[in-house]
Design a protein around this ligand. Structure first.
Ligand code: UDP
Length: 314
């Protein structure tokens, strides 16, 4: 297979770093770009010395260039957990709008294929279940999640406009809840929250009554799907996620069983606009990419718990 050169924005983040690592293992060259606002250099340590890897510390809300040829730009820079983007609303809006445009311009100038990390959040608190790509969503434009949801919706419109008016080569991946090693223990999402609580023997913090659902995809499955989309020429949005759907109480019991830990359940109000259900319709990914997830939740969680044990000790 021919070596290609890939730029990964958000390359020091959770998903970005896994993309970099997989691309390098397949013999590609990778330039990771990251402001380190929510990413971390530690995420690069497993592969930063590999030939073909370089790191550029840069906030993509400012224009940037990468010397030499570029074949693909994967735009994965953004705060991505609800507590991160509630803490950083303006940064989230800017990276999703200005940052996406700067990354698109780089791809356009280099005649590279551009993949935008979009999200199941563009479906908001969905009234259609499971969510197919045709669904337009149910988003509150002024709620606490709006900075992320609307930035990502704008990102889809911007990418599509570059494609329509400039014939840019673009793809859109709508990523559903994904978990795995290198998630931050303190990022507030339910996977690190419950596993951290289990490993520290703390009480579990359930929001709402715990009957809301999510569908969790292991990071290796997601990365495989993203790279299939990148290497295709498919232009329209593609959902990637694991359709296995769990209530948060069911999820908690699996974490408790696998870790053998954690205290009692504490309940606090459901955060405003927290989606009550979420499950990807992945028929398009199956048809277009021949993709479906392979790692079952328990298997993926076992691997993730191994990682979090090192973080709790550190
Ligand atoms: N959640 C919870 N306890 C926590 C963190 C999250 O019950 O300590 C719930 C949250 O209210 C949501 C679900 O778990 O319904 C998934 O939240 P997460 O932040 O992981 O991702 P989201 O899918 O909401 O972006």
């Amino acid at each position: 297979m021919a070596t290609k050169r890939w730029v990964v924005t958000g390359g020091a983040g959770f998903l970005g770093s896994h993309l970099c690592e997989t691309l390098l293992s397949r013999g590609h060259e990778v330039v990771a770009v990251d402001s380190l606002l929510t990413g971390a250099l530690a995420n690069l340590s497993a592969f930063e010395k590999k030939p073909g890897f370089s790191f550029l510390r840069h906030d993509i809300i400012e224009p940037f260039d990468v010397a030499g040829p570029v074949d693909y730009v994967l735009n994965f820079a953004s705060p991505a957990s609800p507590i991160d983007y509630a803490r950083l609303p303006l940064e989230t809006l800017r990276v999703g709008s200005l940052g996406t445009e700067n990354a698109l311009k780089l791809a356009f100038e280099k005649k590279a294929r551009f993949i935008q990390a979009s999200t199941s959040e563009i479906y908001g608190d969905p009234t259609v279940h499971p969510q197919p790509e045709e669904y337009w969503g149910n988003v509150n434009t002024i709620g606490p999640r709006a900075c992320y949801d609307e930035a990502k919706r704008y990102g889809e419109a911007l990418v599509t406009s570059f494609r329509r008016s400039l014939k840019a080569n673009t793809g859109l991946v709508r990523i559903f809840n994904t978990y795995g090693p290198r998630m931050r223990l303190d990022d507030g999402r339910v996977v690190p929250a419950f596993i951290g609580q289990a490993l520290r023997g703390e009480d579990y913090t359930v929001f709402g009554d715990g009957t809301q659902t999510r569908s969790f995809c292991y990071v290796d499955d997601l990365v495989r799907g993203i790279l299939l989309l990148a290497e295709s020429d498919y232009p329209d949005p593609v959902n990637l996620g694991n359709p296995g759907e769990f209530t948060m109480l069911e999820f908690l019991e699996i974490v408790r069983r696998l870790t053998g830990g954690g205290g009692k359940l504490t309940f606090s109000p459901l955060p405003k606009d927290d989606p009550k259900q979420r499950k990807p319709d992945i028929r398009r990914a199956k048809a277009v990419l021949g993709w479906e997830p392979e790692v079952h939740l328990e298997e993926g969680l076992k691997r993730t718990i191994v990682w979090f044990r090192t973080q709790v000790k550190a």
